[in-house]
Design a protein around this ligand. Sequence first.
Ligand code: PLP
Length: 395
Amino acid sequence: MTDNGVTWLDEELARLQEAGLYNTIRTLESPMDAWVVINGQRKLNFCANNYLGLANHPRLCEAAKAAIDRYGIGPGAVRSIAGTTALHIELEEKLAAFKKAEACITFQSGFMANLATIPALVGKDDLIISDELNHASIIDACRLSRAQVIRYRHNDVTDLRAKIAENPTNGHRLIVTDGVFSMDGDIAPLDEIVAVAEATGCLTMVDDAHGEGVLGEGGRGIVDHFHLHGRVDVEVGTMSKAFGAVGGMVAGRRTLVEWLRQRGRPFLFSSAMTAPDVAACIEATAMLQESSERVERLWSNAALLKAELQRMGFDTGLSQTPIVPVMLGEARLAQEFSRRLFAVGVFAMAIGFPTVPAGKARIRVMNSAAHSRDDLEVGLAAFEKIGRELGVIGD
Ligand SMILES: *Cc1c(COP(=O)(O)O)cnc(C)c1O
């Protein structure tokens, strides 16, 4: 091979392969659902964040088709220049009502919602106090803001309080945390964090990507879960997970939302969600308003998975949510486990460094409300078989 200037990347890729950290992305030949087709074969899908099984729901598909007939596809330009459709406004109003917030603004994704919000709120004379395990999009948004970033120990409110006390500033201060931590499934102690923020005059921001449609009454999210309506300054969410489509949102006071419409850079400089996306999200919001049945099924599925995996002898970590990590330790073991599961028809991803700390590799089991009891039994039988083969659990 000739040295084309990126040879070092080939070496880096080879290193990833060797360490069991190279991620092979599967190609799906079917919709995202409880079962998917890969290489012509049906596989039980334990990978998606499609919590409520809405990604391929007929109601969302129909809503998207009807929106195309009425509004076409593309937004044409950014909303602040070419105008915004009535559909986008409808979604924002319905989300605000669902979440019992004053107002809501949508973005192209949850990642974009973070990139828009943090730099719009704090700048180089300000301070961000951030949970050490926060999502990459929060970390990047903090960097973009040029504010000073102090990390506090994961979910440790005592350390949060200490870090605030040790870092006096005349600037604005923002405490930011994930709501549900996606790799462990634990929940931020948002009630205690809000109490600290209120006592110290800091702003609070929670990224509820994995709590949206999952936590709280009928999936209204983490603010509802802790009954903190009106007390969390910024509630970021995504419609790419439980809502089954794509898009990000920020809910909060009307003033905050107005500010983000004026100063959120991904809002001002990147085009909006497409009409079918927006219509699908409106339909998902309506379905959540109508019934909490899917949310309940998701939780009961997860409870069954956790109980059975633990009975078999697996370590399922500290999850408090439907995320079920099966802790395996070494990345190579997790990869081999995942590979063998796949061979027997179960698609469940191994997660290793840098997504989780080195030595804490795992399989992350994600069920959805679309999985039946039989589906779960199929999955559990595969875990038991491979767990024995690899000596992770006893006979
Ligand atoms: C998934 C996730 C995001 C990104 O959401 P997208 O809509 O997929 O861009 C942001 N924050 C957290 C905590 C997430 O888990």
